[in-house]
Design a protein around this ligand. Structure first.
Ligand SMILES: Nc1ncnc2c1ncn2[C@@H]1O[C@H](COP(=O)(O)OP(=O)(O)OP(=O)(O)O)[C@@H](O)[C@H]1O
Length: 348
């Protein structure tokens, strides 16, 4: 069933003279985990606040579960508390006069006797067992965030809005929370709209990633699609590519590439229509050592998760690239590039 939990249609929003969102249209089906990413100031928080009803668009329409909740044209506005959403925002504070447990119990709908037990189970899920009786002021920032997540889930929402809920947590807790969020969202069958800057979230959380740039969604793809064909240099960098190498692109037969010391180097062109100047970005996993190719000097190497991440300088291209090596590499080598990991964008 392709029922949409959320639909945005032509959302436009300015803050003062800054045009933040320039016509956002999208559908989120039930049960989908959607990441909202983009540079600082690209409008991620603004968009999620519009869905929550904490801000209003200048134009366009917000629809939840098939019902319009914000439309200037029709004079409709449903306030945040009547939208049935779970929210985990950085500034969405807990009730200071209630214990952890009561913060969660009060968020639960109905009056069932089992509310206390369900609240305890939720606190266990976010690794807060034993701290049920504490007040928010007696908790660290990360612990408060975890209670905030449990509270958001307590209402059994079918759409969860999360604005950087893992930022500020130490790496270990962040990893654990990430897994718990994914599991809890899966188990409850709700959809999630999750704002983040962290590329790790793409691989560990997302069914789908929306990339905001210049007030628009420049890419809307599953994580593997984002990896195979990043539609902008920023997205290429987010998926591990490094740049930018200025190249003169040309077409040979049906293949795009550029001429270098090692011969014709094929690339994956993105948004390129004509031969001429372009900018290339390369991922370490596309760098190979061999018997021929670009002469490269080893500049540095670090041991990372079982491999040597090695920095090379290539005098013929006046470019430095990283490779991933199973064994400690020699000081000098020949390198070739796999065109599937080498993306060329129009020179800006
Ligand atoms: N209440 C406001 N008044 C004026 N300008 C605002 C307001 N809220 C946001 N802005 C501006 O709107 C733009 C988008 O802000 P927003 O917080 O949505 O971006 P973001 O993508 O979430 O950024 P970050 O990743 O840094 O949190 C920024 O230029 C910001 O300065």
């Amino acid at each position: 069933m392709s029922e949409n939990i959320l639909s945005l249609d032509g959302i436009v929003k300015s803050h003062g003279r800054t045009r933040v969102l320039r016509g956002i249209t999208l559908d989120v089906p039930r049960g989908q985990f959607v990441l909202l990413m983009g540079g600082s100031g690209s409008g991620k928080t603004t968009l999620i606040r519009l869905v929550a009803g904490l801000e209003r668009p200048d134009a366009g329409c917000v629809t939840l579960r098939g019902r319009r909740v914000d439309s200037h044209a029709d004079g409709i506005f449903v306030p945040p508390e009547r939208r049935g959403l779970g929210m985990v925002f950085q500034d969405y504070a807990l009730w200071p006069h209630l214990t952890c447990l009561d913060n969660i119990v009060t968020a639960m709908p109905g009056r069932g006797r089992d509310r206390g037990e369900r609240a305890r189970a939720l606190l266990r899920d976010v690794s807060m067992a034993g701290l049920e009786g504490r007040y928010p002021a007696q908790l660290s920032g990360g612990q408060q965030q975890r209670v905030g997540l449990a509270r958001a889930l307590a209402a059994r929402p079918d759409l969860l809005l999360l604005d950087e809920p893992l930022s500020g947590l130490d790496v270990e807790v962040r990893g654990r929370m990430r897994d718990q969020i994914r599991r809890l969202v899966r188990e409850t069958g709700c959809s999630a709209l999750f704002v983040t800057h962290d590329p790790v979230d793409v691989w560990r959380l997302a069914d789908r990633v929306l990339m905001l740039e210049g007030g628009q969604i420049v890419q809307d793809a599953a994580p593997d699609g984002l990896y195979r064909r990043p539609l902008s240099p920023r997205i290429a960098r987010m998926t591990g590519a490094e740049g930018a190498l200025p190249v003169m692109l040309r077409r040979r037969d049906r293949q795009w590439g550029f001429d270098g010391a090692g011969g014709f180097q094929d690339v994956t062109p993105v948004g390129v229509d004509n031969e001429g100047p372009a900018c290339a970005y390369l991922r370490p996993e596309g760098v190979r050592r061999g018997a021929r190719g670009h002469v490269a000097m080893r500049m540095d190497m670090t041991f990372e998760a079982g491999r040597w991440r090695t920095l090379w300088h290539l005098p013929s291209l006046d470019w430095s690239v990283h490779s991933l090596e199973a064994e400690s590499p020699p000081e000098q080598a020949f390198l070739t590039f796999d065109g599937q990991h080498l993306f060329a964008y129009p020179a800006s």
